[in-house]
Design a protein around this ligand. Structure first.
Ligand SMILES: *[C@@H]1O[C@H](CO)[C@@H](O)[C@H](O)[C@H]1NC(C)=O
Ligand SMILES: *[C@@H]1O[C@H](CO)[C@@H](O)[C@H](O)[C@H]1NC(C)=O
Ligand SMILES: *[C@@H]1O[C@H](CO)[C@@H](O)[C@H](O)[C@H]1NC(C)=O
Length: 439
């Protein structure tokens, strides 16, 4: 048991303030080019995948037409390598004219017409990580104005080619400059990732006041070992990171790479479940034109998205780390509910993990659980009754749990989850309404 202070965690979160732009009260969701498309600028031989307006328009089409937008995946985000190597005559950033012939304002309009939002990328330094023009301190205001004029809705500000003094000045300066444009622009800061992600070099109170989200740690890669190293770093440092998150201010463990090449189906489920538990931004970096049905089903799982987007906005924690390789993660949700993820790092066979809700810090009482991948209700539980979950190697079992009171007869909730049969009535004092994804 790593934590006996879950109640305290909630109290800690309630006080901290967030960047006052009204945005991202739940973790932002959408699509981001970097992990899958990098700095592929070879439009002659790779026209479908190169960083160009065609790629972003294609992804906007898919988000709008394939059911993503309705689930909350609304950001279409450009990353590095979009700009021309030169600023224009007035010193403003401009897109590469061959790859973005219509320009960024036209791309923003295209995206907005489909009910989506456009994100862009800049770097606080002499150059971007890919070697394109950077946003040095004297350019911060100009670039904020340019992005606002184009109709951009989000900015990721990277930190290559800047030192710690420049970052200390530049990240707050950009926050102020974005605010002064008068356009609400979500602000993603890579600052902590360049300072090791931990105090005393990183001040999470300050980050929460100036940024909506921030990259704490290394870039994700298309492999299970990369995903695992991120899960480990965030869990090992959860005492620092977990209280930093809340509505309008989020830790960002980086993109969802499921749907690419590196993860099995079970590993894909693990990434989705753990990102939901961590209240992480959900930015997919994959090819929505060729996504497998398995990856689509995981990314479009409404119940898991509802856990990620829970209005309480409390980041979850790892509460069990066993020698067997089993870890349990817990996230408190609104209306007295919670989510559990049982995660196995084992590499042998499905592991039968036996525990009780009492051992997982649940207070005495009856509970109803719902398995979010199988869409089945779990037999009723009380805190002292042992239960067993079978967890696949590098896989998860994910539950949504709420306190229940015996009603006696089964009630069919129907709708989205026809297999979910409710035996228990929700406790009125905790549960004015059943969770929305069960209706
Ligand atoms: C700018 O900041 C002020 C004060 O914090 C806030 O009321 C306002 O909504 C912000 N405007 C934008 C566009 O972020
Ligand atoms: C950071 O870079 C600036 C130049 O932009 C320089 O004046 C300053 O001394 C550097 N600070 C550190 C801590 O290296
Ligand atoms: C961290 O930032 C907050 C808010 O800006 C500030 O009040 C506090 O003094 C800072 N803490 C440290 C240790 O610098």
């Amino acid at each position: 048991m790593e934590s006996r202070v879950m109640g305290l965690v909630l109290v800690l979160c309630a006080g901290a303030s967030a960047l006052d732009n009204g945005l991202m009260r739940t973790p932002p969701m959408g699509w981001l080019a970097w992990e899958r498309y990098r700095c592929d600028i070879d439009c002659d031989s790779d026209p479908k995948n190169c960083i160009s307006e065609r790629l972003f328009m294609a992804m906007a089409d898919r988000l709008a037409e394939d059911g993503w937008r309705e689930l909350g995946y609304v950001y279409v985000n450009v990353d590095d390598c979009w700009s021309s190597m030169d600023r224009d005559a007035d010193g403003r950033l401009q897109p590469d004219p061959r790859r973005f012939p219509a320009g960024m304002a036209a791309l923003a309009q295209y995206v907005h017409q489909r009910g989506l939002k456009l994100g862009i990328y800049a770097d606080l330094g002499t150059h971007t990580c890919g070697g394109y023009p950077g946003t040095t301190l004297d350019r911060v205001q100009t670039d904020a104005q340019t992005f606002a004029q184009w109709g951009v809705d989000m900015l990721k500000l990277d930190g290559c080619y800047s030192n710690s003094t420049e970052q200390e000045q530049g990240y707050p300066l950009m926050s102020k400059a974005l605010n002064e444009t008068g356009r609400p622009i979500g602000y993603s800061c890579s600052w902590p990732a360049y300072q090791g992600g931990l105090p005393p070099k990183v001040n999470y109170t300050q980050l929460g006041e100036i940024c909506n989200l921030w990259r704490n740690y290394d870039d994700i890669e298309d492999s299970w070992s990369s995903v695992l190293s991120i899960i480990d770093w965030f869990s090992d440092n959860q005492d620092v990171l977990q209280p930093a998150a809340g509505p309008g201010r989020w830790n960002d463990p980086d993109m969802l790479v499921l749907g690419d090449f590196g993860l099995s189906v079970d590993q894909s489920r693990s990434q989705m479940a753990l990102w939901a538990i961590m209240a992480a931004p959900l930015f997919m970096s994959n090819d929505l034109r060729t996504l497998s049905p398995e990856a689509r089903a995981i990314l479009q799982n409404k119940a898991i998205i509802a856990v990620n987007q829970d209005p309480l906005g409390t980041q979850g924690r790892r509460i069990v780390k066993e020698k067997s390789g089993v870890e349990v993660f817990w996230r408190p949700l609104s209306q007295g509910a919670s989510a559990l993820v049982f995660f196995s790092r084992r590499t042998d066979m499905p592991y039968r993990y036996k525990t009780t809700l009492g051992q997982l810090n649940y207070t005495a009482g009856h509970y109803q659980a719902y398995d979010l991948f199988s869409s089945q209700s779990v037999p009723s539980l009380s805190e002292s009754v042992p239960f067993t979950v079978s967890i696949n190697p590098s896989g998860v079992v994910m539950w949504y749990i709420y306190p229940a009171k015996l009603l006696g007869e089964e009630q069919d909730l129907g709708g989205v989850y026809p297999n979910f049969r409710r035996k228990y009535r929700l406790r009125p004092q905790n549960h004015p309404q059943p969770p929305p994804f069960l209706l």
